[in-house]
Design a protein around this ligand. Structure first.
Ligand code: WT7
Length: 570
């Protein structure tokens, strides 16, 4: 296959070709006129995602299609409306009201979508938690915003450290029978007779969801988004994901990550698509089988997943009929040109990279289906987004130079606040209110294509998941053998980066593989699997700044990239 540097779009069948606006005089009303609130003034994300489609005659259309190893089930828009209404009534009966935090800790399963939408119907702020979180990760998040309500299941219940969460007054479980002093939603819905809607109308600036996200310092921060985000989440679903009512769409992320919420729940429902939910862990065969079985037409995933499929695909891909696929997209980490060429060869499709962050609430830099793709670039800003590459003083760099990737504020899905941390919120605007500074380094070519060049801080990106070194270091030093720890991202061919820890042992402890494995499992079982170091190296002393004694992670990173051999230390 020849390695062309420009991949032209396939002419024709895209939504956007019908209504792509002019960048120069972009007008939001071409988008807002789609929403029922332009006539009714009644605003609620869950209404726009579910109820309005039923009212407009699409009740029989499949909204959720669930597939796992043993089960397959479907829920129409009309059933989704009834389920979310009923669940909302149960929540309401037990005290959930407008503005409350409702955490949702459930696997990739329709119950997770229903729980989130039911809470949103009541005007609550939903906090989806990633299914692999262990006690510490759950505790940090619920404690930080003094969450009162949680929806989970029996299986996940042991990972809720209830004694450390005095604010958590009510736990709902999705299973039939209750456990301890929990409330069984499935039992309680049986008693609900009145099926009238329970929707609470809110204003645009009302809290919608909270996602905790890592930075290079401190514990994860709670990013709050509002119902206004639906404007951009709808339009990016239409233009970037190119969703039509006839599409069967699969976003592989769990709603505990922002992609899984915005592009796994809201955006496809706003566009009236059918959502596929695949339960269970990653396995190449199962993934291809899901695409074949559900006849998936639009697929949004991440580079690590594509790279894993690539490493398997020659043996397995030919066995499956993937002919329903028509549009493939990627997010979360740099998309190597190699992966794009693989997609062209094996799927006969271009993979469209997209860039955004938890804080931005929706995609900002994208490869529209109608654009030419330049492999290695993340694409170009959306028509209503202005990007600039700034130097350390906040002035635009000359074209082609590396600088801070900044976005002209504001846009509809920008976070409203960082929960209880105004200082952190302000830190995204170091050069004044007009520029949101992402923390990514990038450059731009003469045609406006943006190229990711790394992070300007110590944040780690492993398999598209953002990991703050501080959280992992704090956990490591809780282990009795560890005196000090520094955590960095080490380049990795499949995962982009892996979490690597340098540790100094306490006196009396000897380095050996059993001890290192014990330390790794300690982080894995208490914090979460994705944050546990895949490599641990024992060193005598950590490099630190002379004056403040801060750990110089950068030096360790430089050391790591200097090492010629990539053989694992552990
Ligand atoms: C960070 C945001 C919301 C998207 C999922 C991750 C990195 C994101 C790309 C891309 C290179 C990317 C950036 C960004 N990132 N998309 N297409 N190419 N890097 O959201 O966990 O908030 O992480 O992910 O470094 O700042 P997140």
């Amino acid at each position: 296959m020849s390695r062309v540097t420009k991949l032209a779009p396939v002419e024709g069948a895209y939504n956007i070709s019908k209504d792509l606006p002019n960048r120069e005089n972009f007008d939001w009303t071409i988008i807002t006129k789609h929403f029922s609130w332009t006539h009714t003034q009644k605003i609620n994300m869950a209404y726009e995602c579910v109820d309005r489609h039923v009212e407009e005659g699409f009740g029989d259309k499949v909204a959720l299609h669930y597939i796992d190893d043993n089960l397959e089930s479907q829920l129409t828009y009309s059933q989704l409306k009834d389920e979310t209404d009923q669940w909302a009534k149960v929540l309401k009966k037990h005290g959930v009201t407008k503005g409350d935090f409702v955490f949702v800790f459930l696997p990739k399963h329709p119950s997770c979508h229903i729980a989130m939408l039911a809470a949103i119907k009541l005007g609550a702020i939903v906090g989806p938690l990633f299914e692999a979180f262990m006690e510490d990760a759950v505790r940090d998040r619920i404690q930080d915003c003094e969450g009162t309500f949680l929806i989970t299941n029996k299986e996940f219940l042991p990972r809720i450290p209830r004694k450390d969460l005095p604010s958590l007054s009510t736990i709902f479980i999705t299973d039939e029978a209750t456990e301890d002093d929990t409330i069984s939603i499935s039992e309680e819905v049986k008693q609900i007779e009145n099926l009238e809607s329970v929707i609470e109308w809110v204003d645009f600036n009302h809290g919608l969801n909270i996602h905790y996200t890592s930075g290079s310092t401190g514990k994860p921060k709670g990013i709050i988004h509002t119902h206004r985000a639906m404007i951009q989440q709808y339009v990016t679903g239409r233009w970037v994901l190119d969703l039509k009512e006839t599409d069967v769409y699969w976003c592989t992320a769990h709603p505990g990550w922002v992609t899984g919420t915005v592009y796994g729940v809201f955006s496809p429902l706003l566009n009236r698509a059918t959502i596929v939910i695949h339960g269970g862990r990653f396995q190449a065969e199962k993934w291809f089988e899901t695409i074949e079985k559900a006849k998936i037409s639009v697929w949004y995933s991440a580079p690590t997943a594509f790279r894993m499929l690539m490493s398997k695909s020659d043996q397995v891909i030919e066995k499956y009929d993937l002919s329903a696929l028509r549009h493939v997209l990627s997010v979360g980490e740099p998309l190597n040109p190699e992966v794009i060429y693989w997609g062209l060869e094996k799927l006969q499709l271009r993979i469209h990279d997209t860039w955004w962050m938890t804080e931005t609430g929706a995609q900002l830099i994208v490869n529209l289906p109608t654009d030419t793709i330049k492999p290695g670039s993340m694409g170009k800003p959306l028509p209503f987004i202005k990007v600039e590459i700034l130097d350390d003083q906040g002035f635009p760099v000359t074209q082609g130079q590396i600088g801070h990737l900044a976005i002209k504020a504001s846009w509809p899905s920008l976070m409203r606040e960082v929960w209880k941390n105004e200082e952190k919120y302000q830190s995204y605007f170091p050069f004044g209110k007009q520029w949101y500074v992402s923390g990514d380094l990038a450059l731009r070519d003469e045609e406006g294509y943006v190229y990711f060049q790394g992070r300007s801080d110590d944040m780690i990106n492993s398999s598209g998941e953002r990991i703050g070194p501080f959280e992992v270091e704090s956990k490591l030093i809780e282990h009795r053998a560890v005196a000090e720890a520094a955590v960095i991202g080490k380049p990795d061919a499949i995962r982009g980066e892996i979490v690597k820890a340098f540790i100094v042992l306490n006196p009396g402890f000897q380095e050996n593989s059993n001890l290192l494995e014990e330390i790794r499992l300690f982080v894995r079982s208490q914090l979460s699997a994705h944050a546990a170091p895949r490599e641990i190296e024992v060193i005598e002393e950590l490099p630190k700044t002379k004056i403040s004694g801060k750990i110089l992670r950068r030096e360790l990173k430089a050391l790591e990239s200097k090492r010629s051999s990539s053989a694992p230390v552990y």
